[in-house]
Design a protein. Structure first.
Length: 76
């Protein structure tokens, strides 16, 4: 039972609760306290390219889409 993504295994083990419990005990990803995976984007949930300044906590793509709504101006 090998899978690159642990969520694929959940589908396989849905009908086998004992094996699912053992799988989760040993293979489930642990919650992150620091690093890239610790703070997802508030808008889309993306993990990388994160803007943390001013307490925004959004990814760069969502920042570009919502900069005007957030009160930022582009100066030339």
């Amino acid at each position: 039972m090998t899978a690159g993504n642990y969520k694929k295994v959940f589908k396989q083990l849905k009908n086998k609760p004992v094996k699912l419990k053992k799988f989760l005990k040993h293979n489930a990803p642990k919650p992150r306290k620091f690093g890239i995976n610790s703070k997802p984007c508030k808008i889309c949930g993306r993990l990388g390219a994160h803007i943390q300044k001013y307490g925004l906590d959004v990814c760069r793509q969502c920042f570009r889409e919502n900069a005007r709504k957030l009160g930022f101006k582009k100066y030339y």
